[in-house]
Design a protein around this ligand. Structure first.
Ligand SMILES: [Zn+2]
Length: 214
């Protein structure tokens, strides 16, 4: 249906989906799908009680589509890959990357939740770059998520790729679906943790991690 904006929409899809670059059929399919999405968003605006054709809202379906493709970039990569650049070291003590900021999307309400992740591990033979851990967190955050799964996926990626003596992940986040609607608890934040290996077995390892993230 949409024609004047076809070029813009095609470019967005080409930039987003690598598989559409040399595949006109795949591109057409994505284009049709994105138009159904934008038409649906117009319906949503109308159902909520506003006019989708008025100035401020006319481009909104496109902007929402574009934003959602950004919020979900993590689906188009394997976040574990970031950890695969490893170095051999003799370091045997805790390595902690704290306050990794992330921004995610609650899968139940499509509302943002955001905060910080603290990722610690006790290396066995391999360590990875500190920025790689932040990129891996970003890859899992940029999907439709619940905080519990995000926490687990980060811990599992660390375990699988680095095979450390232990992994511990703590995430603190604010959920807009709890702040702006429903029970409206604006000050509440949610803390989740995942512990593996030495952190599960040893109280002093957990205590060290927790004292460092205070
Ligand atoms: Zn929610």
């Amino acid at each position: 249906m949409l024609t004047t904006n076809d070029k813009r929409d095609k470019q967005l899809l080409l930039n987003t989906f690598a598989e559409t670059i040399d595949n006109p059929n795949a591109l057409t399919e994505k284009l049709e799908q994105s138009h159904r999405v934008m038409n649906g968003l117009k319906e949503l605006i109308e159902l909520c009680g506003d006019d989708p054709e008025r100035d401020g809202l006319e481009e909104t379906p496109y902007r929402v589509l574009k934003a959602f493709l950004e919020y979900t970039e993590g689906y188009r990569e394997d976040p574990k890959e970031h950890l695969k650049k490893t170095f051999d070291v003799t370091h045997r003590e805790l390595v902690l990357v704290k306050d990794i900021e992330f921004y995610s999307t609650c899968e139940h309400h499509f509302a943002p939740f955001f905060g910080v992740a603290h990722v610690g591990y006790i290396p066995n033979k391999k360590i990875t770059g500190l920025s790689k851990i932040a990129r891996m967190v970003e890859g899992y955050a940029k999907r439709f998520q619940v905080q519990e799964r995000l926490t687990t996926q980060i811990a599992e990626a660390m375990e699988e790729i680095l095979e450390p003596k232990g992994t511990m992940v703590v995430i603190e986040a604010k959920h807009m679906c709890m702040c702006g609607r429903g029970i409206k608890k604006e000050k509440s934040s949610t803390v989740t943790s995942s512990v593996r290996g030495a952190f599960a077995d040893r109280h002093d390892s957990r205590a060290e991690f927790l004292s460092l993230i205070k």
